[in-house]
Write a new protein. Structure first.
Length: 559
């Protein structure tokens, strides 16, 4: 649904949440960088998606729904078939006094409303949902997709025979259908990675979903070569090369969603193995609030990105969401009056109006060389995918010292550990102290399913750990968990959220860094300055029903 900018301005400015000048600036930025006005306002923290959706629903004089808390029954979904629901952009929610309730991203679509009335023979009550929530509602048709997936794969595997001509075999319809079905299922299950692993007797397909790796299906050995050859063809890789690793990329469109696939192929003992990272290019990047930053932590980050120069570091182990946080910060900073350049390994998402360079070690283009080159491109803001060595660290620090805002990542377990790490790399203490603005340490934990969430009391072992190791009184803490439902496939979790520790480099912290004190003294000073520990942020999210205490303990105490 497209609302004219002047009408949208009236709706939002009248709410009193966004000043007129801020809306005009957001509208101009949205036009120049190819984003929606809503996205810019959300990124800049003026409102969130929920508030925006409610304002639109009020303007349209229809009801509003948050689909995160709605589970649609199979009986309701049967009222309108999936193909028609997708065509007319409507999802049936059920009957109320013989009237059909519909979730719609455009309740003003007269043609769709008339179709629903004729098709079902019922009066229609439309509800506005955001585009993201509409996709969530539409995905509920996929609850029974597992059985369809197994059937399609079994039928097509039976048709696929090993051929002497691997290229021809890889282009046979069954192999194409098998791979396409895998992609559709992976997107439906919100997988971040798909693994094709060659074993002695068969091939295992596994998906990583919300950080956990799950076995999906086993295929016979005879489909291994044509299936891998198909991926190589799509990724423009060498078909006859099986002795060395190969990396490639390609894109697919699944249910109107553009998915960029980052492909890595390595030779294994029994044959080649593939890992494909699924990057949803058409999805809107998450705002800082959606990532899980809130309260004092959010204020510190917002203050840091408003600085004209200095350095922002994001730390944490591999897979903790550091790159996602960097891209969200870039999205906020991406305005028409600044030049942004990045050096990454690899470039995961393309960002409009941002100059992005990918590391190429074979050509001698590492982080240090790329960073030096970017300095000659008159940037205001630079992002370095990772600081790995002394040379990169020194260039990044000097860039921050000479008027640039530099964003990067480090592999440290906590926020205060980033400072000694820079010193260990050879950066002078006074330089690190004078350039570093904030350090954001983070972990990812699984989110409780909002449909089946329930308060409970953890078992005695968990409560004892809270007393003995975390030193908190569990009687003053609320605990929640998901009971398991059709929305989360009985897992009790749906999605992930970050827990954070944000260190603001104050004058006191700077003086300690110059003196090169240890991490313990830095941690003590940071807490005196008001830093919220990662454990405390996790406990706050436990009390708010975002995650479970077990998830927080596993993420924080096991690292």
């Amino acid at each position: 649904m497209n609302i004219a900018p002047d009408i949208l301005k009236q709706i939002i400015v009248r709410s009193g949440l966004v000043p007129e000048a801020a809306f005009d600036d957001a509208a101009q930025t949205a036009k120049d960088i190819g984003k929606s006005i809503e996205d810019i306002l959300v990124f800049r923290g003026f409102l969130n998606s929920t508030i925006y959706s409610k304002l639109i629903a009020d303007y349209l004089h229809v009801g509003w729904l948050d689909m995160k808390h709605v589970a649609i029954t199979d009986e309701a979904l049967s009222l309108i078939p999936q193909n028609l629901a997708k065509t007319y952009k409507m999802v049936p929610l059920g009957l109320d006094a013989e009237k059909l309730k519909l979730a719609m991203s455009d309740p003003t679509d007269v043609e769709a409303l008339e179709f629903a009335k004729r098709f079902t023979g019922r009066e229609i009550v439309p509800f506005y949902v955001s585009p993201e929530d509409f996709s969530r509602a539409l995905s509920q048709y996929k609850r029974n997709f597992e059985n369809e997936f197994q059937k399609v794969i079994t039928e097509n595997v039976a048709k696929t025979e090993k051929s002497g001509d691997i290229k021809k075999a890889s282009e046979d319809l069954p192999v194409i259908k098998i791979l396409d079905t895998f992609m559709e299922y992976a997107v439906a299950e919100r997988a971040s990675d798909m693994h094709i692993e060659t074993q002695e007797q068969d091939v295992i397909i596994r998906f990583r979903i919300d950080g956990d790796l799950r076995d999906i299906i086993r295929l016979p050995q005879k489909v291994q070569e044509p299936l891998i050859a198909r991926v190589k063809i799509l990724s423009n890789l060498k078909l006859d090369e099986r002795r060395i690793p190969q990396d490639g990329r390609y894109k697919v469109t699944v249910n109107d969603e553009v998915i960029a696939l980052r492909v890595s192929i390595i030779p294994g003992f029994y044959g080649e193995n593939i890992v494909m990272r699924l990057l949803r290019e058409s999805a809107r990047p998450s705002s800082l609030e959606e990532l899980g930053l809130m309260g004092r932590n959010l204020e510190l980050v917002n203050r840091a990105i408003e600085a004209p120069n200095g350095m922002i570091l994001v730390t944490g182990p591999t897979g903790s969401g550091k790159t996602t946080t960097l891209y969200s910060l870039l999205t906020i900073l991406n305005t028409i009056d600044v030049k942004i350049c990045t050096i990454e390994d690899p470039v995961e998402y393309g960002v409009n109006r941002v100059t992005q360079i990918q590391v190429n070690a074979k050509a001698g283009l590492d982080f240090a060389a790329g960073l030096r080159a970017l300095l000659r491109h008159d940037p205001d803001i630079m992002m370095v995918g990772e600081i790995r060595d002394k040379e990169t660290a020194e260039i990044a620090v000097h860039s921050a010292l000479t008027g640039h805002l530099v964003l990067s990542t480090l592999h440290t377990n906590d926020a205060v550990g980033a400072l000694p790490r820079l010193l260990d790399m050879g950066v002078e203490g006074y330089l690190a102290a004078s350039t570093l603005n904030i350090v954001i340490a983070q972990r990812l934990v699984r989110k409780i399913c909002s449909v089946c969430i329930k308060e409970y009391t953890p078992d005695a072992a968990v409560l004892a750990k809270l007393v003995d190791e975390v030193h908190i009184d569990p009687t003053r803490q609320k605990f929640y968990r998901g009971m398991g439902c059709s929305e989360c496939h009985g897992k009790g979790f749906l999605g992930r959220i970050g827990i954070y520790e944000v260190l603001s480099v104050t004058e006191k912290i700077r003086s300690l860094v110059v003196r090169k004190v240890g991490s313990d003294d830095l941690l003590k000073a940071a807490k005196e300055e008001g830093m919220i520990s990662m454990m405390q942020d996790g406990l706050n999210k436990v009390s708010s029903g975002f995650t479970t205490i077990e998830q927080v303990l596993q993420a924080v105490t096991d690292n």
